[in-house]
Ligand binder design. Structure first.
Ligand code: ASP
Length: 437
């Protein structure tokens, strides 16, 4: 058994969190590959190392002294080392880093040091070998990951050392320069490492006990999702749930490695298991896996008596495409079709788009409706259960929520309704209490 564990910024924010990570890692022999983020916030208005490092770069660029911020970074790291008595001469390395800084130092080089130093400390604290991401995560000339070289380097490092810690978030370009990924990129490094060593499981340790069934800012204490498929996760992410994004899931998904989201502060909680498929006898009682949604959509509805649907729809979609406006949902009627897009992206282009539709499709009427929220109930069980959509519409109707549009994917993984923006929160609460509470 081999587990790859990634610990996020809040899991390594200070000495106390370091201890929790050590307890978790050393309690299971199979946790042999550890990926570490930069120290994050310890409390509400604390700073993430990554943010401080970006600030250092901005100061250098504009020729303003960054000594004070640098001192804050150094103090954070030295405090962890001192409190835990970690045998790493971090002061010498920090001093060398300080000397190297100039207005020409790249943001990537500076910002990557958050992960580098935090991982250096963690490796020594765990007694694991430190493997620099510069030596095992490689980008190609196009800036994309060079998976083949990366896979081989990580697998070789594990083979050589047995137990390794890798800093997340950055890697090396063919030019030898460092490059950081998008924010939150340590999740990607974790997934790449799990795929590279063909792990039995990829554990992503954070500060919540898994993915919640609904947004906790709207629903009180939503239950965590025990098991979810990659496809359901994608639907939830698409609808706006703040869950792992595609790039940090793909490497494990394509190798069939399950991903377990766990809470460093409550390691006894099972968290959420993300898997390719769930067998019939493992199914839960729940019809719905999760609920997500977003506000501020615009629906453009095109009416034309006895239209040739495929023709008019294609023309309309081409127009949207030309204006680079995504169509996120489509609903069809006998003599009409409706296209749903985010209002902010549509912007003023909506007038030109409608003018073009009028010119090309020659409709009887075009109707535009703004301030629409789209809410999705996502669940793999829905396809096998008759009557779920009926229950869902009734629950919303009973609470006086008027449904403006309905979209159900042909894979029956989600039912999506368009409602008024102002009823968004209420709709999420109604769906949660009818299906999950
Ligand atoms: N430290 C980086 C960030 O704050 C990367 C990460 O935490 O995954 O975005």
């Amino acid at each position: 058994m081999l587990k790859v564990c990634k610990f996020g910024g809040s899991s390594v924010a200070g000495a106390e969190q370091f201890r929790k990570v050590r307890d978790i890692v050393l309690s299971d022999e199979s946790r042999r590959v550890v990926v570490i983020s930069a120290a994050g916030k310890r409390f509400g208005d604390d700073h993430k190392l990554t943010d401080l490092l970006y600030l250092i770069h901005a100061h250098l660029t504009y020729g303003v002294s960054c000594d004070e911020i640098l001192k804050t970074v150094e103090d954070r790291l030295t405090a962890i080392r001192d409190e835990l008595d970690i045998p790493v001469d971090i002061a010498a390395e920090l001093a060398a880093f300080h000397r190297r800084l100039s207005k020409d130092t790249s943001a990537d080089e500076i910002v990557s040091r958050g992960e580098y130093f935090t991982a250096r400390l963690m490796a020594a604290f765990l007694g694991y070998a430190f493997v620099d991401a510069a030596d095992c995560v490689f980008f190609g000339l196009d800036g994309g990951l060079d998976r083949e070289t990366t896979d081989a380097a990580i697998a070789e490092a594990l083979e050589r050392h047995g137990r390794i810690v890798i800093p997340g978030f950055y890697g090396q370009l063919p030019t030898g320069r460092l490059r950081v990924m998008s924010r939150g990129g340590s999740d990607i490094t974790g997934a790449i490492a799990a795929a590279a060593v063909n792990a039995d499981i990829y554990e992503n340790w954070t500060d919540v006990s898994g993915i919640l069934m609904a947004d906790p800012r709207i629903v009180d204490n939503p239950a965590p999702i025990e098991k979810i498929t990659f496809a359901e996760l994608r639907e939830l992410a698409y609808m706006g749930a703040s869950v792992l994004h595609e790039e940090s899931v793909q490497p494990v998904k394509e190798r069939g490695i399950p991903l377990n989201i766990r809470n460093t502060n409550r390691p006894e909680d099972p968290g959420t298991m993300i898997v390719e498929s769930v067998s019939e006898d493992e199914q839960t009682e729940r019809f719905i896996t999760g609920i997500a949604g977003r506000k501020n959509f615009t629906i453009v509805t095109v009416y034309k008596h006895a239209m040739k649907l495929s023709h008019s729809l294609r023309q309309a979609l081409e127009i949207y495409d030309r204006f680079d406006v995504p169509v996120e949902h489509i609903t069809l009627g006998l003599d009409s079709f409706a296209l749903v897009s985010p209002t902010a992206v549509l912007g003023d282009a909506v007038y030109d788009i409608i003018a073009e539709i009028k010119k090309n499709c020659r409709p009887d009427e075009v109707d535009i409706r703004e301030n629409i929220a789209m809410v999705s109930a996502v669940g793999r069980k829905m396809s096998s259960q008759p009557g779920v959509s009926g229950r869902l519409f009734r629950a919303l109707g009973d609470e006086g929520i008027n449904i403006r549009t309905i979209a159900q994917g042909s894979d029956e993984l989600a039912i999506t309704v368009g409602i008024e923006n102002e009823q968004y929160e209420k709709a999420i609460r109604v769906l949660y209490s009818s299906f999950a509470g």
